[in-house]
Ligand binder design. Structure first.
Ligand code: PMP
Length: 415
């Protein structure tokens, strides 16, 4: 057995799971790879790699319009993913799922279509102090264009959103709440069910940035009553360059199309173009077919393990990591919310995060250092950057021990 694997909760066979991830088997700088940068991108199981390879080796053809066998096969495989994602998110119909490049593109699609049509001068859009730049900047751009106002839910010292302040921000001018399900920088899990309810009571819509939730939590867009929910395939063990935007069909139908081109039309003449039905109305041009098929394999993979079991195992890892890192003198964890995903963001007094990351890398340990594309939350905690260990279900307590030992070494190097 790999030396970096020791305990796991009953029934969660992490050693077996690790066998499915070829990338984890390598050494980096002569040491077994300890991959703790899952919030940036997650690794891919063999079944995802095989699905992509199968597409290019066997089924490769453009989708939707071909009558020939290969086109039929590739269309079926691509569209099957939509069905799998429907189940994964518990959407009402497949037509509510739009293939996009990732969470960023999903959010931009909503801001450019719904936003441009529905947001007027004087309207307000609420985001939170925890957001990733991709759930801030598109709304800022829209507000600038429309003369609307961006309002921000403040964050407490634990890294939790202050709901009483959110309540005060809601008013008849509020058009949208745009909030992350899980913070990439701190790991905070936001009470989005309650927040969506509050937005709806004020007459606003709610868009959820689910980029960091989809890999870790069971999601039910109907139970949440989310109006839009965006996610990235690559953070959920699928390929890069593919993601999903969920939207309620009533809203998607009323929204103007975004990009124009093939597939999104019904008829084209120089006088007038009519648009395709959902979801194709929002899918102009040849998509990332292999990526869509790979995403389907990723959904199959995590579904077979079970999102509830994944969340429970990762919670144990979080508790273990929090305890292990808290032992290190001078280390301060940034983000201590009661509800957290398995992300530990921290600073060590007197040592720059980039130096921490560089020394850890020499030990084969991959962490992220920087502002994590969430500069406002760094400002809130008055740090320019943090070091972030973000865990996935293939990580182990032994890897956390390796991180803790690595950090002791970092301290020696810089003392
Ligand atoms: N939102 C959050 C919370 C994220 O962590 C990320 C990626 N770091 C994004 C949005 C953007 O995802 P992508 O780059 O895959 O579009």
């Amino acid at each position: 057995m790999n030396a970096l694997i020791n305990t796991a909760p009953a029934g969660f066979d992490v050693a077996k799971i690790r066998q499915d991830f070829p990338v984890l088997k390598q050494k980096v700088h002569g040491k077994p790879l300890v991959y703790l940068d899952n919030a940036a991108t997650a690794q891919k199981p063999q079944s995802v790699i095989d699905a992509i390879r199968h597409f290019y080796e066997v089924d490769c053809a453009n989708i939707h319009r071909g009558v020939h066998e290969l086109s039929q096969r590739s269309t079926a495989a691509y569209e099957q993913t939509r069905g799998k994602v429907r189940q994964f998110l518990n959407a009402r119909t497949k037509n509510e799922l739009i293939f996009v490049r990732g969470a960023t593109e999903g959010i931009n699609l909503v801001s450019q279509t719904w936003g441009r049509k529905c947001v007027k001068e004087g309207d307000e859009i609420i985001v939170s102090g925890l957001e990733h730049h991709s759930n801030i900047v598109p709304w800022q751009m829209l507000c600038e264009e429309k003369g609307a106002k961006l309002r921000v839910i403040p964050v407490n010292d634990s890294g939790e959103l202050i709901l009483e302040e959110y309540e005060k921000l809601l008013n008849p001018r509020t058009k949208l709440l745009a909030v992350g399900h899980v913070s990439n920088a701190l790991g905070t899990i936001n009470p989005i069910r309650q927040m969506i309810d509050m937005a709806h009571k004020a007459g606003a819509l709610a868009l959820i940035d689910g980029a960091q939730a989809a890999p870790h939590l069971k999601i039910d867009v109907q139970a949440l009553d989310a109006d839009f929910y965006a996610l990235s395939g690559h953070k959920a063990f699928g390929p890069t360059g593919i993601g999903i935007l969920y939207g309620k069909s009533k809203l998607l139908n009323a929204m103007p199309p975004w990009q124009g081109g093939g597939d999104m039309i019904r008829t084209v003449t120089f006088e007038k173009t009519t648009y395709n039905e959902l979801p194709y109305k929002f899918e102009a041009g040849t998509p990332h077919i292999a990526g869509g098929i790979g995403l389907g394999a990723a959904v199959d993979y995590v579904t077979a393990i079970g999102m509830d079991r994944i969340a429970a195992y990762e919670h144990e890892l979080l508790v273990y990591a929090t305890a292990a890192l808290s032992q290190i003198p001078g280390l301060r964890i940034i983000g201590t919310a009661r509800e957290k995903a398995a992300v530990v963001s921290f600073v060590i007094e007197g040592i720059h995060p980039h130096d921490i990351g560089t020394v850890l890398d020499r030990m084969g340990i991959a962490v992220r250092t920087g502002h994590h594309c969430a500069q406002p939350i760094m400002d809130r905690f008055q740090v320019p950057a943090t070091t972030r260990a973000s865990l996935a279900f293939y990580n182990t307590t032994a890897e956390i021990d390796a991180l803790a030992a690595g950090l002791q070494k970092v301290k020696e190097v810089f003392s």
